[in-house]
Design a protein around this ligand. Structure first.
Ligand SMILES: *[C@@H]1O[C@H](CO)[C@@H](O)[C@H](O)[C@H]1NC(C)=O
Ligand SMILES: *[C@@H]1O[C@H](CO)[C@@H](O)[C@H](O)[C@H]1NC(C)=O
Ligand SMILES: *[C@@H]1O[C@H](CO)[C@@H](O)[C@H](O)[C@H]1NC(C)=O
Length: 296
């Protein structure tokens, strides 16, 4: 969740010490400003305009997509196409964390498409990068469904096995999307990295003095309630044990309450919140998960 949480800390700490009148005002500010805090899409400052492109990373087979949502937004996305001769016939739908844009995650997409031989759709939520709109929980769920339906409808992807891959906030998006799409049976696996039980649970565990403000939080992302509803999709949990933003205990508890028949736990002992992906074996774990539990 990156430095946005630092902003959140400063918002949350002040009312604890301030007089009650000021506390009430700051609570109001928190109530109305929390989407800016939870979805820091303008961080870093050029994240809305400067989106790195696949070609800059030497990825040659790709498309830049504009995907319309049913409620009138236009989502920008990258489609990285796996080499047909070696493709695993899998499409990974990537859900990013709460800061930056999809371009920053292209090094991850490159490994997934080139080394792991999967098609990759890197979807950019509303309000992020070159997508239109402003983010909120309801809107991001529309975006996620729109990305999944895009894969279902595009002829060259239809029939591939779909794997959802979510980092941090993206993990909450992936869990919620899977729970809403169990009937279709086409989500063949879910990969979660450093995600949280819920936003509300994240506030008191990360910032105990602010816990009395938790009820004001209207962005819920209730993964701990949603995850146990899914029983038939394989899950891979990738947990950076040095995560300084989302305590690793959140991932451990999610793993515990997961009721899927196949659930795999892999920890990265030196992984912090945003560098877990760069830890040794990270992609080996994904590769093995796909080979052993996703590929039919
Ligand atoms: C991919 O899988 C689908 C369904 O499992 C199948 O219909 C399709 O022929 C496969 N494509 C390739 C290239 O193997
Ligand atoms: C973690 O970091 C320490 C110190 O740099 C290193 O000795 C160790 O091998 C690392 N562990 C893993 C699993 O990467
Ligand atoms: C996390 O990423 C931000 C930029 O998004 C960077 O400034 C920060 O140093 C990173 N933190 C760690 C622990 O790597």
């Amino acid at each position: 969740m990156s430095s946005a949480l630092n902003t959140l800390i400063s918002y949350l700490r002040v009312p604890v010490m301030a007089s009650s009148g000021i506390a009430a005002m700051l609570s109001l500010a928190l109530y109305f400003k929390q989407n800016e805090i939870i979805y820091p899409r303008n961080f870093p400052p050029d994240a809305r305009t400067d989106v790195p492109r696949p070609l800059q990373f030497g990825i040659s087979s790709y498309e830049e997509l504009r995907i319309p949502t049913p409620d009138g937004e236009s989502l920008s996305a990258f489609y990285l196409r796996a080499d047909k001769r070696t493709s695993r016939n899998i499409t990974i739908l990537m859900f990013h964390g709460n800061a930056g844009n999809i371009g920053y995650r292209l090094p991850i997409g490159k490994v997934l498409v080139e080394d792991l031989r999967c098609n990759v759709i890197m979807l950019q939520y509303r309000g992020y990068g070159l997508s239109t709109g402003t983010p909120n929980e309801k809107g991001l769920m529309i975006d996620a469904q729109t990305g999944l339906d895009y894969i279902r409808q595009r002829s060259e992807l239809r029939g591939t096995q779909i794997v959802l891959y979510g980092q941090s906030l993206g993990g909450a998006v992936a869990i919620a999307l899977t729970a809403r799409n169990t009937k279709q049976g086409d989500i063949a696996g879910v990969i979660l990295e450093n995600t949280f039980l819920s936003i509300r649970k994240l506030i008191p565990s990360a910032f105990p003095p602010a816990r009395f403000l938790t009820p004001l939080c209207h962005q819920i992302w209730p993964s701990e309630e949603t995850l146990p509803k899914i029983t038939d999709v394989p899950f891979l949990f990738l947990s950076g044990l040095q995560d300084e933003i989302v305590p690793a205990s959140h991932m451990a508890q999610l793993f515990q309450i997961c009721r899927s028949k196949v659930k795999i736990w892999k920890e990265l002992p030196n992984g912090t919140h945003n560098d877990t992906v760069a830890e040794p074996k990270y992609f080996d774990y994904i590769d093995a998960f796909i080979a052993e539990h996703v590929v039919r």
